[in-house]
Design a protein around this ligand. Structure first.
Ligand code: KIV
Ligand code: ZN
Length: 512
């Protein structure tokens, strides 16, 4: 029996640290359910001590997920660790992941601690955590740029205190595959009790090598856990991408010789869900989940694939969840069909009232759009006004007038804490006029740093999905809105971003 490779997904923690990628509790819960369907071994659900919102999200995920281990990050101090333990209390299987920086640069400049103080704090924290939970992961932040002798002392000590997983982050994406793989190997060889822990890799993608480095950590270093995110989401250039490492290990089993627990058929749905929730669009040529990943445009390739598929294809599109765009529902579909499709898509609604509200939105959409695709349904429930979400701003209606040679004008009706408001404005175009109409009342003062429109299912009949990224007082958020009318989608996206700006106001930025 081959060794098992543990897949640790950190989309909801490290992925969410990407500027603009913050998610609400309900959005995180929906993604966690999709990760469970994907059968990831560990879900890092957040950083419980960083804010009340994060705590609640980790707690909700811990209570809901049964088949994956649910983990909370925590700095190496008693307060953070106790908060993490409290958040994961309801989990069928829970883990505390504690970390402290060990590189000379981080210890001196960021922590202002001596190496001996860091060593003591690491030991004490793991001891404290081990009394609260049997599954403890320890990470020496910026581990790859740490001094080998010191790192060996820290890791040996935390294993002796009961750490069950040792994760070696390349926090700044500086590693190259061979060196990183050998670094893990050396640590495992030099640390006398290294066999008492599972070794894990955590690579950032600053030089585009996160996947290659992680695989080298496994192949050369003997690591048996990879930390990764859906679509490679994460700070700066992102993290190691889950779909790429998983498909590499699966497709090249001849080389890696490792077992995976992942149900790869749920990969594309997970990718879409994360992209639609965060507004981070997947590039068309992205491996595995990009729209072109299995498209053959050149005549020679098409000819080859028609004669024998494996002439140009090393994976089957169906194995990662690509299917022909199916018309799943329409105007005449009933509530039961809608409810069943939600379940198949992994969207869990908390109550019958939530399902009724979503069904009403579906009917409204079906009145305007004859063919409803899976993407439309995911967008419908990802859209602003998700049932159960506590949000200040809500879209009501919009009218706008634009004509060649005239300056466009828009009037938008929206709610602020349940109270209806109507804003009007001119603008350079109908979208500009609509957003100015909202801003004329809200006066958020936020700066728009990104605006993008994407056709959800490819044609002009499709819904437009708009992403708006706003920046205010050092905070960056993405709002996403979908509608067959892109001006309406833009207004929804703007209101969604305003909601996120508000809910993020009290958040403490997560470290690491
Ligand atoms: O990149 C990093 O060092 C981290 C740690 C907190 C694991 O994300
Ligand atoms: Zn990281």
């Amino acid at each position: 029996m081959a060794d098992k490779l543990i897949i640790f997904d950190t989309t909801l923690r490290d992925g969410e640290q990407s500027p603009g990628a913050s998610m609400t509790r309900d959005e995180k819960l929906r993604i966690a359910r999709q990760l469970e369907r994907l059968k990831v071994d560990v879900i890092e659900a957040g950083f419980a001590a960083s804010s009340n919102g994060d705590f609640e999200a980790v707690q909700a995920i811990a209570n809901a997920i049964k088949d994956s281990t649910v983990c909370s990050l925590s700095r190496a101090n008693d307060r953070d660790i106790a908060r993490a333990a409290e958040a994961i209390q309801g989990a069928a299987s829970g883990r505390i992941h504690t970390f402290i920086a060990t590189s000379p640069l981080h210890m001196e400049k960021k922590l202002r601690m001596t190496p001996e103080q860091v060593l003591e704090q690491a030991k004490q924290s793991v001891r404290f955590a081990r009394n609260l939970c049997g599954d403890i992961e320890f990470s020496p932040e910026d581990g790859y740029r740490s001094e080998l002798d010191f790192l060996c002392r820290v890791l040996e000590a935390v294993i002796a205190e009961g750490a069950t997983t040792i994760n070696v982050p390349d926090t700044v994406g500086y590693a190259v595959p061979e060196l990183y793989g050998n670094f893990i190997k050396t640590l495992r060889e030099r640390i006398p009790n290294s066999d008492k822990a599972i070794w894990s890799v955590h690579c950032h993608n600053d030089l585009g090598m996160a996947v290659a480095n992680s695989l080298a950590g496994v192949k050369l270093g003997g690591a048996r856990q990879i930390e990764c995110t859906i679509n490679g989401l994460g700070e700066r250039a992102g993290n190691c991408s889950l779909e790429e490492v998983v498909m590499a290990v699966k497709t090249r089993k001849d080389y890696f010789g490792l077992e995976l627990g992942i149900d790869t058929q749920h990969i594309v749905a997970a990718s879409r869900m994360v992209s639609q929730t965060t507004g981070f669009v997947v590039q068309p040529n992205k491996a595995v989940v990009g729209a072109n990943a299995f498209a053959h445009a050149s005549g020679i390739h098409q000819d080859g694939v028609l004669k024998a598929r494996d002439t140009y294809e090393i994976m089957r599109a169906e194995d990662v969840g690509w299917s022909a765009n199916k018309i799943v529902l329409g105007k005449l579909s009933g509530r039961n069909a809608f409810k069943q499709r939600l379940q198949e898509l992994g969207v869990a609604m908390e109550s019958e009232a939530d399902i009724n509200a979503a069904f009403a939105r579906f009917k409204e959409l079906a009145d305007r759009k004859s063919e409803i695709f899976d993407e439309d349904i995911v967008a419908l429930v990802s859209d602003d006004g998700v049932p159960g979400a506590q949000e200040s701003y809500g879209f009501v209606s919009l009218s706008q007038h634009s004509e060649t040679g005239e300056r466009p004008h828009a009037a938008v009706v929206f709610t602020v804490d349940g109270r209806e408001m109507r804003g009007e404005s001119d603008g350079n175009g109908p979208v500009d006029a609509s957003l100015k109409a909202i801003e004329s009342h809200v006066k958020s003062g936020a700066e728009m740093v990104l605006y993008s429109v994407n056709a959800i299912s490819g044609s002009t009949e499709s819904q437009g999905e708009v992403t708006v990224r706003l920046q205010n007082a050092g905070r960056v958020v993405n709002g996403v809105g979908a509608d067959p009318d892109i001006v309406v989608a833009s207004a929804k996206a703007y209101l969604s971003a305003l909601n996120k700006l508000q809910s993020k106001a009290d958040r403490v930025a997560a470290q690491g």
